[in-house]
Design a protein around this ligand. Structure first.
Ligand code: NIG
Ligand code: FE
Length: 410
C-alpha cells in the first residue's frame, strides 16, 4: 500500500507510553498539537508535527479539515452480538418489578434467545452480526470480541461460531470469536451441569481447534448458570488444550473472579458484586478486569467499582456486553462516559479502558495506541479538543474511522 500522510490534526491523542495497570491522570496523556500520521501497509510508520512530516515525506497527503482530533480506534472486548430475536418484553417486565427468575419462568431470559438463535439460519445470523458490527464501527470501534453462547449444543455453537467467521470476512473491522457454550446448562440437556461441560470440552473443543473457530473459552459463573466448582475443571481442561480463558464473573455473586485469576484468565468480566478483596487479587494478577456498564444500565443494577480496581492497581477495560437481555444498547462511548461520571474516571482511564487495555483483554498488543509500528486503526472527530468526546457522552460521533490504514467510514 502507498505511503500516506494524514493531517493536520488539532490534537493527536496518542495514548502511548501509558502504563498497563492502575490509575491514570490526564496529565499523563500525550497530546500532539498540529499533528499528523504517516502510514504504510496498514501500519503507522511515523508521527509528529504535521509541518515537519510534510517536509520529510513525499507521500500522498490526506488533508484533514480543521478542527480535527485523532484518537486510536476502540476495542469492544466483550459482546454477544451473535443472536436472533429480541427481549424488549424482559425489559418491560423487569421495570414492572419482575425478577430474573420470574422472567425466565415466563419464557424470557437467556433460554428464549437460545430458542430464537437456534431457529435462525446461518445467513440470518451472519446478517445480524454484520449489522451490529457496522453500528459499532460507526462509533469508532474497529476490533470487536464476539461470543457464541446462544446455541448451547455442539452443533448450534458451531453454527454460531461459523457465522462469526463468515461475518468477519464481510466487515471491515476485526471480529475476535469466543466460545461461550458454557452460558447456562441448556433446558434440553438431561444430565448434570458437569456432564454438559465435559461434553462440550470433549466434543466441541477439538472442533474449535481444528476449524480455527475460536481460541478463547468463556463461562458464566453465577447462581443461575455454573458454580465455581463446576467451572474449575472445565477451565483447567480448556487451558490444557491451549485456549485463552475469560470468565463472566461476580455479576450478582462474588466468587468467579477469584477462580478466573487463579487459572490465569486473560480477563474476568462484569464484577458488579466484586469487593475490595477481589480488587486486590486483580492488582496482583495480569487478568484484565472488564467493567460492563451497559449491563448495569440495562438491568438498573449497581456499577462495577472501577475506581477501586484502578486505585488498587488493576488493569481496567470497559466493554458494551451488547446482548439482547441485560445490555441491549450497544453504545460504547455513551456507556463509558456515563460510567466515568459515576465512577470518577479520568479521561486517560476511560480512553485506556476502551483501547489498549481492552486490546489486552483479547490478547492483542498491536492496537489501541497510536505509535510507530502499531496498526493504523484510528478515529477522527470534527472538534478542537479531545475532552469534548467524553464530555458529550457519546453523542459526538467520529467523522472518519480508519482500519489497517484504510478509511472504512466517513
Ligand atoms: O453478560 N450474564 C450473562 N450473560 C449476558 C447476558 C445474556 C442474556 O441475558 O442474554 C451478560 O450480561
Ligand atoms: Fe456478557
Amino acid at each position: 500500500m502507498k505511503k500516506k500522510l494524514i493531517g493536520p490534526f488539532s490534537q493527536l491523542l496518542t495514548l502511548r507510553s501509558l502504563p498497563m495497570y492502575g490509575a491514570l491522570s490526564d496529565q499523563q496523556l500525550e497530546v500532539i498539537t498540529d499533528g499528523a500520521l504517516v502510514i504504510e501497509d496498514g501500519r503507522i510508520t511515523d508521527m509528529g508535527k504535521h509541518a515537519e512530516l510534510l517536509n520529510r515525506y513525499a507521500a500522498e497527503h490526506i488533508l484533514m479539515s480543521e478542527p480535527s482530533v485523532c484518537t486510536p480506534a476502540y476495542v469492544d472486548c466483550h459482546t454477544h452480538i451473535a443472536f436472533a430475536g429480541n427481549r424488549a418484553n424482559d425489559f418491560a417486565l423487569r421495570n414492572s418489578g419482575a425478577s430474573y427468575l420470574e422472567i425466565a419462568e415466563a419464557g424470557g431470559g437467556i433460554w428464549s434467545t437460545v430458542l430464537h438463535t437456534r431457529s435462525a439460519s446461518l445467513e440470518e445470523l451472519v446478517a445480524n452480526i454484520c449489522l451490529r458490527a457496522q453500528s459499532l464501527m460507526q462509533q469508532g470501534v474497529t476490533t470487536i470480541e464476539v461470543k457464541s453462547g446462544y446455541g448451547l449444543s455442539v452443533e448450534q455453537e458451531i453454527k454460531i461460531l461459523r457465522a462469526i467467521r463468515i461475518a468477519n470476512q464481510h466487515v471491515a473491522v476485526d471480529l475476535v470469536p469466543t466460545c461461550l457454550a458454557a452460558h447456562m446448562k441448556p433446558h434440553d440437556f438431561t444430565g448434570s451441569a458437569s456432564a454438559y461441560l465435559s461434553e462440550i470440552a470433549t466434543k466441541l473443543f477439538p472442533i474449535l481447534r481444528d476449524e480455527h473457530l475460536a481460541r478463547r473459552i468463556d463461562i458464566f459463573i453465577e447462581k443461575s448458570a455454573f458454580s465455581v466448582a463446576e467451572a474449575e475443571p472445565y477451565l483447567l481442561e480448556a487451558k490444557r488444550q491451549g485456549f485463552d480463558i475469560t470468565v463472566h464473573a461476580d455479576q450478582f455473586t462474588a466468587g468467579g473472579s477469584r477462580l478466573a485469576i487463579q487459572v490465569g484468565a486473560v480477563s474476568a468480566d462484569h464484577l458488579e458484586a466484586s469487593t475490595a478483596r477481589e480488587a486486590a487479587l486483580f492488582a496482583q494478577s495480569k487478568t484484565v478486569a472488564v467493567a460492563l456498564p451497559g449491563a448495569s444500565m440495562g438491568l438498573g443494577s449497581p456499577y462495577t467499582d472501577a475506581r477501586d480496581l484502578l486505585d488498587q492497581d488493576a488493569c481496567l477495560a470497559i466493554a458494551t456486553d451488547w446482548n439482547p437481555g441485560s445490555a441491549p444498547m450497544g453504545q460504547l462511548m455513551v456507556q463509558a462516559s456515563v460510567f466515568a461520571a459515576a465512577q470518577k474516571l479520568s479521561n486517560a482511564e476511560l480512553f485506556a479502558a476502551i483501547t489498549y487495555r481492552a486490546a489486552k483483554a483479547v490478547s492483542l498488543s498491536d492496537r489501541g495506541i497510536l505509535d510507530i509500528g502499531m496498526l493504523a486503526d484510528f478515529c477522527t472527530y470534527s472538534t478542537e479538543n479531545y475532552q469534548n468526546i467524553t464530555y458529550l457522552q457519546g453523542t459526538l460521533q467520529p467523522q472518519q474511522v480508519w482500519k489497517n490504514g484504510k478509511c472504512i467510514y466517513q
